[in-house]
Design a protein around this ligand. Structure first.
Ligand code: SF4
Ligand code: SF4
Length: 712
């Protein structure tokens, strides 16, 4: 070992020891912060499915590949990061000896070949990702997906990967120039190419290996000193976050469909016995999120995919799911020293720490602990109320997130505390909640008018409760029963079912709101009240199958009533209609003229993956179906979900206008929908644009009925 090797070995050893000590400390910090969260025992179920999903999502990059070129580039970068770990390990042998190599496999041509090509593709991949970040960086692109991301961290990570890869080729190049490289040209062409340009230098591999280790350990030290550096830590945390996602069996959007029930101490809250002084009602402090919530926040890569798809962000509202997650993460880590030092408030708001403990606490952590979780900038709040109430719960963020973060659960948990304990929510929504409590529907319409839509139909409809002799219960929904535009859809669905010979019944006055708007605004109490009532009614009526014409009812009945013990088969009317058309029980004879476009409702498409059935029906019933640029899982919300239907939209552009413009730009004369709320929102948008005489907004059922009977 010569002098250069001794110097390089000492330096590499010193920097490695420092990096490892700091990294262990950072891992302990991250673990301690996550452990501050509430229990969530269900995350440990179905370990086999969880493992399979995690491996598939990570090694198959199934979520990332939806952004095809970026996904492919990221796959090579990820793979090169894993494989080239071996080359970093090899660098320790190279600082000791310029001809050093990994024991056992360092000589193996397969090792040389694989590392060479993964290195080349990883280098191309990272250069492409650098290009993408530059192309869409804030300032160059309006409301860029990277706006608000910590850019220096991303640049640093990109620099490290490029630096380590280049060093790898330089080391091999010097070995080629020194004639100490055994791999053939066909296996390692770039290394041989680099070697042909370099002079022979016996200590070259040692010095470059030292630089490579300094860069690698510099990276480790930097991320260890920044435990909130998600762009780097996600390389480790993503495995756990995906493994522990809420519904591992779902290929995408684990936090979609059903909302997580309101939990206290790791168990669903029973409102009959709940006590706000003993039980947690939603989330008022960051440590009241579950540990999985805190793991979610820690894992965010700041990629901004969620931000780029969010309807609130895209219409100039203050909500960005990325910035929300980052704010919660930064707050959790800044508050952690206070919590870990014994601090924290109990459910009555009393401080847990003793005066002596508080006296020794870091002042910055104490100041952070004082911040209200929800509060305006003047109140030094972590999340602004306008951010919290801008969410439509459309799920676009959850759908897009490559590391399976469950934003909607976090947002609704914070809403729950605001509504149930603080009574703090947009005042105009109060009318809707009162109507739900007193009249069982958001509009406050008299219950005895629920069946008015049946008047004038030339066939009889059975009433569940009066007979058990029916196959499907047709769940009409409040909009379908009381709202004029939706009533037409209800009549169309009933007529189609009748014509196809489907044996169905309705609950009529026995039906009340499923509770969806109450649950999504955060009023779990009203949701539970309505849901209990409906579950009892459905059980008494011995209902086995339900067809629902509202995607919100469809989602709540099919996914959420199971939490209250009801198990029934629930289909959306477009699914049943598609089936009936395929069976030849409904035969379109005259396709609708002119182009038709279809708007995917969030709670039908993204939340429940029903993309094909409405298109299958339209495929038979219309002449030409044209798609909007944002369709299926990337469909853009109409603005009504998350109880936003009953809140004023005062900030930015109206979401329904944005979506209507997209629909009108297709040139279609008919905008088909599958949801009464989308129908209202887009219908209003069309009227607002003065296009109501030229463009019609109608449900898929009405389109199908027209193709059977031209006079409808
Ligand atoms: S659910 Fe929709 S509106 Fe809410 S944060 Fe996510 S993308 Fe934005
Ligand atoms: S998509 Fe997921 S990882 Fe990317 S910024 Fe949003 S929350 Fe973070």
């Amino acid at each position: 070992m010569g002098i250069p090797q001794i110097v390089a070995t000492v330096l590499a050893g010193a920097v490695t020891i420092t990096a490892v000590v700091l990294a262990v400390r950072a891992v302990l910090t991250i673990t301690a912060v996550i452990r501050q969260g509430q229990p969530d025992p269900e995350r440990f179920s179905a370990k086999g499915t969880r493992t399979a999903t995690m491996l598939k999502e990570i090694f198959g990059h199934t979520r990332m590949l939806k952004w095809s070129a970026i996904g492919a580039a990221h796959w090579f970068v990820m793979t090169s990061f894993m494989i080239l770990f071996l080359l970093v390990l090899e660098a320790y042998f190279e600082v000791v000896s310029p001809t050093g190599e990994l024991p056992l496999i360092g000589h193996w041509v397969v090792y040389g070949f694989v590392t060479e090509w993964i290195g080349i593709l990883g280098l191309l991949g990272i250069l492409y990702l650098v290009f993408v970040r530059q192309r869409s960086k804030p300032g160059r692109q309006n409301r860029s997906r990277f706006l608000g991301s910590t850019m220096w961290q991303a640049y640093f990570v990109e620099f490290v990967i490029v630096g380590v890869l280049i060093c790898g080729f330089l080391i091999r190049g010097f070995k080629v120039a020194n004639d100490t490289f055994d791999f053939p040209v066909w296996a390692t062409p770039l290394s041989h190419g680099v070697g042909s340009l370099l002079p022979a230098a016996s200590d070259g591999p040692t010095w470059v290996a030292l630089v490579k280790l300094l860069i690698s350990m510099g990276w480790l030290i930097t991320i260890a000193l920044n435990p909130t550096m998600g762009v780097a830590w996600h390389r480790f945390l993503a495995f756990f976050n995906i493994f522990f996602k809420r519904s591992p069996e779902k290929p995408a959007g684990s936090g979609l469909g059903a909302l997580r029930p309101m939990m206290s101490g790791g168990k669903p809250l029973d409102f009959e016995e709940a006590d706000p002084e003993k039980d947690q009602f939603g989330v008022a402090q960051v440590e009241q999120f579950s540990w999985k919530g805190l793991l979610d926040f820690s894992t965010c890569t700041e990629c901004g995919r969620c931000q780029s798809q969010c309807p609130a962000w895209n219409t100039a509202k203050p909500l960005s799911p990325k910035l929300l997650v980052m704010s919660l993460r930064d707050h959790a880590y800044a508050k952690a020293p206070y919590l870990l030092g014994g601090g924290g408030k109990d459910l009555t708001g009393e401080e847990r720490a003793t005066a002596a403990q508080l006296a020794h606490m870091d002042v910055l952590a104490l100041a952070e602990a004082d911040r209200p979780l929800i509060g305006t900038a003047e109140e030094n709040g972590v999340i602004d109320p306008d951010v919290l109430w801008s969410c439509t719960t459309c799920g676009a963020c959850v759908e897009q997130c490559p590391v399976d973060i469950e934003h909607v659960d976090a947002i609704v948990d914070m809403r729950r505390y605001q509504v149930l304990i603080e009574s703090s929510f947009p005042s105009e929504a109060g009318v809707m909640l009162r109507n739900l409590e007193n009249k069982g529907n958001p509009w406050g319409a008299p219950q005895n008018t629920r069946e008015d839509w049946t008047k004038g139909l030339d066939f009889e409809i059975k009433r569940a409760g009066e007979t058990e002799d029916f196959e499907y219960l047709f769940w009409v929904g409040c909009a379908g029963a009381f709202e004029d535009r939706a009533k037409k859809t209800t009549r169309a669905v009933a007529t189609l079912l009748h014509e196809a010979g489907v044996d169905f019944a309705i609950l009529g006055e026995g039906e009340t709101c499923t509770g969806d708007p109450a649950r999504r605004i955060g009023n779990e109490f009203v949701f539970q009240m309505l849901a209990q009532q409906n579950v009892e009614t459905l059980q008494e009526a011995k209902v086995k199958k339900i067809v629902a014409s509202c995607p919100h009812c469809f989602n709540t009945l099919g996914n959420e009533y199971e939490q209250l013990g009801l198990k029934v088969e629930v289909v959306h009317h477009t699914q049943l209609l598609s089936h009936l058309v395929q069976q030849g029980k409904l035969t379109p004879v005259q396709p609708i003229e002119g182009d038709v476009t279809y708007h995917d409702p969030c709670y039908l498409g993204r939340h429940n993956r029903v993309f094909d059935a409405p298109r299958e029906v339209l495929g038979q019933a219309v002449g030409n179906l044209v798609e909007m640029p944002r369709n299926q899982e990337r469909s853009f919300c109409c603005g009504a979900g998350g109880a936003r239907m009953w809140m004023e939209e005062k900030i930015g552009k109206r979401i329904n206008v944005e979506r209507t413009e997209e629909a009108l730009a297709t040139g279609a004369k008919t905008i088909a929908v599958g949801c009464p709320f989308c129908s209202t929102m887009i219908g209003d948008g069309v009227t607002g644009k003065g296009e109501q005489e030229n463009v019609e907004v109608v449900d898929v059922a009405t389109v199908l009925l027209r193709s059977l009977k031209q006079e409808v």
